[in-house]
Design a protein around this ligand. Structure first.
Ligand code: NIG
Ligand code: FE
Length: 425
């Protein structure tokens, strides 16, 4: 049994496990001043005022091994959830960053055979062991920043064997690493060089070969597509996501990132679980997403790193779209594992409030990956995934920006980070 005692605030984000929070609900953190949390085995068994938590422990801890963790002067939040990453890949692209600083655009680089296609080459060359080792290091950094669950997309294989290799590495790491990984098949991340002259033939391979194989091997829960001018059209994206649905892969979509393209509308039309990026989402697309309850996964770190104007979070929240936030961790447009810094950027560049940001990285993020029944809030019966931040209140977390304030991370009831350092397992 673990008793986290006397937190200055316990940010429960409770009451939204069945539907994500929207509009002014995103401000409701249901926090407890002077709170305590008790975790037994892997689950939360008590959350409330610290005096009551102490009494609970006195009654229930007899004969049990008890670890008391003091949260004096600190806040406790749900383990952070990152609902959009491309974390499994080989290599890095710092030389492209340098080119972009000199004026090249992200799409120029991709169209010239670099970008995603460069990382595809590196990922194809890498064996499973190398991919595992590179990804494990990234997950260690995520954990140190308070992230306890990440979604992980394939999409740097762009041919069956290498897409499977990426998904297999994600599955192995889900077992081997404290972080839980939720897998998404994204074979339609770019048109590989060998199909440049016939993208439609590649779309058919994704639909007819890759999706059935990934589904039969039970290697992914979601299917995603880069619906963008010069990548996959709205019609191709629709066919790919519909094929995914047929094979039990729930739809997600990279939508309206570079231009207004009808991605948000498509997300609403097919009932996508989430639509992500949305920098250029149309008014009609935003309205349609609100009506159908598609979660908007916003990626302000990507906009920042590509030096672009971020998505209009305020407009989406006002329209009633449930908003989540993610790192988009990938080698090209977002090479960071700091979800807390993305939270800072959400405030500083999109004017989300500190409370909205916490909702967006916990319960709404859990909804974006179909896990809100288990994670994303501090409620009895939920998984014991918790973070102690060295902050006197939740607002301080966004104010003291760009540094890591994580003190302790508890994953499934086991302390994995203490005083900011990994606990030896
Ligand atoms: O979400 N936009 C498409 N895909 C990724 C970038 C992948 C890469 O550049 O390697 C994204 O930003
Ligand atoms: Fe992405």
């Amino acid at each position: 049994m673990i008793y986290i005692r006397n937190a200055s605030q316990v940010i429960t984000v409770s009451g939204a496990s069945s539907v994500p929070k929207r509009g002014s609900e995103m401000e409701q953190l249901h926090l407890i001043e002077g709170g305590g949390v008790v975790v037994e085995d892997s689950l939360i068994v008590f959350v409330g005022k610290d005096e009551e938590a102490r009494r609970y422990v006195e009654h229930h801890a007899k004969d049990k091994e008890l670890t008391v963790i003091s949260a004096d002067g600190k806040i406790v939040t749900p383990g952070l959830v990152d609902p959009h990453t491309h974390v499994v890949f080989a290599g890095s692209r710092e030389f492209e960053f340098n080119l972009r600083l000199q004026g090249a655009t992200y799409m120029d680089i991709l169209n010239a055979g670099g970008g995603i296609l460069y990382s595809t080459g590196k990922t194809r060359e890498a064996d499973e062991q190398q991919l595992f080792a590179e990804t494990e290091k990234r997950l260690d950094r995520f954990l140190a920043h308070g992230v306890t669950t990440v979604e992980a997309k394939s999409g740097y294989g762009l041919r069956l064997e290498d897409e499977i290799k990426q998904l297999q590495v994600a599955r192995r790491l889900d077992h081997a690493h404290p972080i839980d990984l939720v897998s998404t098949f994204m074979g339609a991340h770019a048109v590989p060089a060998e199909y440049k002259s016939d993208p439609e033939a590649f779309v058919r391979i994704v639909i007819e070969e890759m999706i059935p194989a990934v589904s039969q091997a039970e290697l992914a829960e979601f299917c995603d597509v880069f619906c963008e001018e010069g990548v996959f059209t709205v019609d191709q994206s629709r066919r790919i996501l519909e094929a995914g649905c047929k094979w039990g892969l729930k739809p997600k979509i990279h939508a309206d990132e570079m231009v207004s393209f009808g991605g948000a509308e498509l997300a609403a039309e097919i009932g996508a679980v989430s639509a992500d990026h949305l920098l250029h989402a149309s008014e009609a697309g935003i309205r349609a997403m609100a009506e159908t309850g598609v979660v908007a996964v916003l990626l302000p770190g990507t906009a920042f790193f590509l030096m672009a104007k971020p998505a209009d979070a305020r407009k989406m929240i006002e329209a009633g779209v449930p908003v989540a936030l993610a790192t988009d961790r990938n080698p090209g447009s977002s090479p960071t594992e700091s979800l807390p810094f993305i939270m800072n950027l959400a405030c500083l560049t999109m004017k989300m409030t500190p409370a909205e940001v916490l909702t967006a990285c916990t319960i709404n993020a859990a909804h974006a990956i179909g896990r809100a029944d288990r994670i994303g809030s501090i409620e009895v019966g939920k998984q014991g995934d918790l973070v102690l931040f060295d902050a006197p209140n939740y607002m301080y977390l966004q104010y003291h920006y760009a540094v890591n304030l994580v003190d302790t991370v508890i994953k499934k009831g086991i302390p994995v980070i203490r005083s900011g350092r990994r606990v030896d397992s």
